[in-house]
Design a protein around this ligand. Structure first.
Ligand code: 5GP
Ligand code: 5GP
Length: 218
């Protein structure tokens, strides 16, 4: 087995907004355990090298093994649900994230440490509350300026995020993902060492997840 040193400089800690994932033409599926909470959830924790292009699937022999994280099961179900179809028990998503991204950070993390690190980062920042504190609530049909969303996160979390949007059926751009950066060991969030553009226009929706709240009713 050829062993390749995986070097990376920092981690992207990527959270997804279920309201946007489900509000598209392709829609979404809830995990078999039921509808997740209306909160940001984890997409992934991705090792990034500032100088090199993307590296994925760094160790094809290090397969995901659920038994290694069974003690984290409750936290995983709550914080890292899969919203892709068909409905699943989430392990396919976790397996994909470990094998594509986690194996590129094997120098720092075994499977248990990797998932636990992501969960701890999730618990360390309450993005939804940060946005609510700035008056940015998930409401259908209401547009927020991209700058106000960025600024709210910068002030509330302490670091500038990278924001990713998708489009709903009527082509309105909506907040889908928030990228923050963490140091190599995921011990703390840091300012992102590289700046990459996001994919959001200057006005975006922060759609509700759950029973729709018409903006006019507020
Ligand atoms: P998107 O095109 O939605 O940004 O990303 C699609 C997929 O590409 C993500 O789920 C993620 O696995 C991967 N990806 C996006 N950005 C990066 C990156 O900077 N580095 C790596 N290794 N993968 C990325
Ligand atoms: P990435 O390559 O972007 O890290 O991982 C995304 C892959 O995981 C996609 O192939 C997608 O089908 C699958 N997946 C399963 N559940 C989810 C989910 O809730 N969100 C995202 N973004 N991808 C998911």
């Amino acid at each position: 087995v050829l062993c390749v040193a995986q070097d990376y400089d920092f981690l992207y800690f990527v959270q997804q907004w279920p309201g946007a994932l489900c509000d598209t033409k392709v829609s979404c599926c809830y995990p078999i355990t039921g509808k997740p909470a209306a909160n940001f959830s984890i997409h992934g924790l991705w090792p990034i090298s500032s100088s090199k292009k993307r590296t994925d699937f760094c160790d094809r022999e290090n397969h995901f093994d659920y038994s290694k994280i069974s003690d984290l099961s409750n936290r995983m179900q709550v914080s890292w649900p899969s919203l892709s179809c068909p409905s699943s028990n989430n392990t396919k998503f976790w397996s994909h994230e470990w094998e594509k991204h986690g194996t590129c950070a094997e120098s720092a993390f075994d499977q248990h440490k990797y998932f636990e690190a992501a969960l701890n980062l999730k618990d360390s920042v309450d993005l939804l509350q940060v946005l609510k504190n700035a008056g940015i609530e998930p409401v259908d049909g209401k547009l927020y300026s991209l700058d106000s969303v960025k600024e709210a996160i910068q002030k509330g979390v302490g670091f500038v995020p990278r924001l990713i949007c998708n489009k709903d059926i009527s082509k309105t751009s909506q907040l889908k993902e928030v990228y923050l950066c963490a140091d190599k060991n995921a011990s703390t969030l840091i300012e992102c060492p590289i700046t990459r553009g996001g994919s959001c226009p200057s006005k975006i929706e922060f759609p509700s997840f759950g029973s729709p709240t018409p903006a006019a009713a507020l």
